[in-house]
Each structure stands twice: as structure tokens, then as C-alpha cells.
Design a protein around this ligand. Structure first.
Ligand SMILES: [Zn+2]
Length: 106
């Protein structure tokens, strides 16, 4: 087993109160990237946060729901590593499958 990488803010590397965020127009058609933001970066103006979900409440199920709902098109392997601190083939494969299904459905 790999030991998990400490998770950190995608902007400033802080580990303070991290949330999984997706950047994009709320309700808009342009799905955003999934990133980790700390409290300070979330409060900064200049970016549009669509989903903001406390990392402590994040489960594989809620992570996959973002893909199911089309809230992000981030590369699943990178996003899994970012969010869970380590790779997970099962979650990455499921997410890639959901992405592909959305792509074909359009
Ligand atoms: Zn930050």
C-alpha cells in the first residue's frame, strides 16, 4: 500500500480547512476542474466556485457523484490522487466511465 500524500490547497499548499471545489459557472454549461482549496483561497474573489464540499465529508460515492452530475471533467486519475491523497484504480475507473458516458450522451 502506498502511504497517502498529505493533501494541500491547490493554490497555496495550505492544509487549513480544505474543501473539494469545482470551478465553473453555477448552473452553467461549462464543467469546471476539481481542485482543493483552503479557507483563505475559497474566500478570495476572482474565481467562480460551483461545488464546495468539505474534504472530511468526502467519500468515493460523493466524489463519483460530481462526475455523474457532470460537475467536473478533471482527469479522473489526477483528481482521485488530489482528493484522496493516493491513487485508487476502482474510483478512477468508475469516474472515467461516467465521463465517457456523459460524453457519448451529448
Ligand atoms: Zn489556499
Amino acid at each position: 500500500m502506498d502511504s497517502p500524500t498529505p493533501r494541500a490547497c491547490s493554490k497555496c499548499r495550505s492544509s487549513d480547512d480544505l474543501h473539494l471545489v469545482t470551478l465553473g459557472e453555477p448552473g452553467g454549461g461549462q464543467p469546471g476542474r476539481a481542485l482543493l482549496y483552503c479557507a483563505r483561497c475559497r474566500a478570495q474573489p476572482g474565481h467562480r466556485i460551483d461545488i464546495s464540499w468539505p474534504l472530511g465529508l468526502l467519500t468515493p460515492g460523493t466524489f463519483l457523484e460530481l462526475y455523474r452530475m457532470g460537475k467536473t471533467v478533471s482527469d479522473p486519475r489526477m483528481a482521485v490522487h488530489l482528493v484522496f491523497g493516493q491513487g485508487n484504480d476502482w474510483i478512477a475507473t468508475e469516474a472515467a466511465d461516467l465521463l465517457e458516458r456523459r460524453r457519448l450522451g451529448e
